[in-house]
Design a protein around this ligand. Structure first.
Ligand code: HEC
Length: 124
């Protein structure tokens, strides 16, 4: 009984790094699905989605890790917090394009998963 409990506790430590993967999967699903992010930002984040041709300015190239907005004034652009803010409030609030519309319909959890996924698109 006691051994079973210890095994349970130990397994939590081993399992937790793996648990972040489903979040990436979820982010991907929203990016390509109901978030419709890929229509402008492209499947790989290269700003080459079908709707991107009509956009001026063009969306940032996530694949190049090329970000231009610092939403929380920490001096760094394109942090996870910045991306979550942009999804929640839209880019116009931070001096960016109004084409990057606010998606307040997504939950905080969905925004977090999306931000993680967007950051993972940067080429290694
Ligand atoms: C209608 C086209 C369109 C759609 C759909 C769209 N975006 Fe954007 N996005 C843009 C444009 C254009 C910009 C550039 C804004 C600027 O810098 O002025 C942008 C900028 C961004 C940025 C800011 C990068 C930086 O400069 O720091 C992030 C992050 C982002 N989009 C994420 C997303 C996510 C996630 C989704 C899906 C929920 C999404 N976008 C959907 C057009 C779009």
């Amino acid at each position: 009984m006691k051994a079973k409990f210890l095994f349970f506790v130990a397994s939590m430590f081993f399992v937790s790094p793996v648990l972040s993967e489903p979040q990436l999967e979820k982010g991907k699903e929203i990016y390509n699905g109901k978030g419709a992010c890929a229509s402008c930002h492209g499947i790989e984040g290269k700003a080459d989605g079908p709707a991107a041709v009509a956009l001026n300015p063009k969306p940032e190239n996530f694949h190049e890790g090329d970000y231009s907005l610092d939403t929380d004034g920490d001096g760094k652009k394109g942090t996870k917090a910045d991306i979550e803010n942009i999804i929640l409030n839209g880019a116009a609030k931070y001096g960016g394009s109004m084409m990057m519309a606010a998606r307040a319909d997504l939950t905080a959890e969905e925004r977090s998963a999306l931000a993680k996924y967007v950051l993972s698109l940067k080429k290694k």
